[in-house]
Design a protein around this ligand. Sequence first.
Ligand code: SF4
Ligand code: SF4
Length: 93
Amino acid sequence: MIFMVELKFNKGAIIHDAGSTKNYKTGDWRTFKPSIDKSKCIKCGKCWMNCPDGAIRKTKDGFFEINYDYCKGCLICEKMCPVKAISHEVEEK
Ligand code: SF4
Ligand code: SF4
């Protein structure tokens, strides 16, 4: 006997077209929200180099900032920071 099961997914977690990620602000998937403490940052760029979503950008003063429109809260940046300048809190929805 075969049972048919209808699965329903929310559209929010789908990127429809290749190369179109910039068109979809995916930061609302985030559970953890990282932040950078500039007073500890040594400007090494490791967070920027390792962010899988390209959600970290360099600022004019040589520091780095997180673009929360695209940050998904994986916390790789926090793991990579050699001076523990990045910490996180649970995202408030
Ligand atoms: S938490 Fe993940 S997605 Fe967000 S800035 Fe850090 S490395 Fe990038
Ligand atoms: S990894 Fe840490 S110390 Fe290096 S640029 Fe990023 S926040 Fe600054």
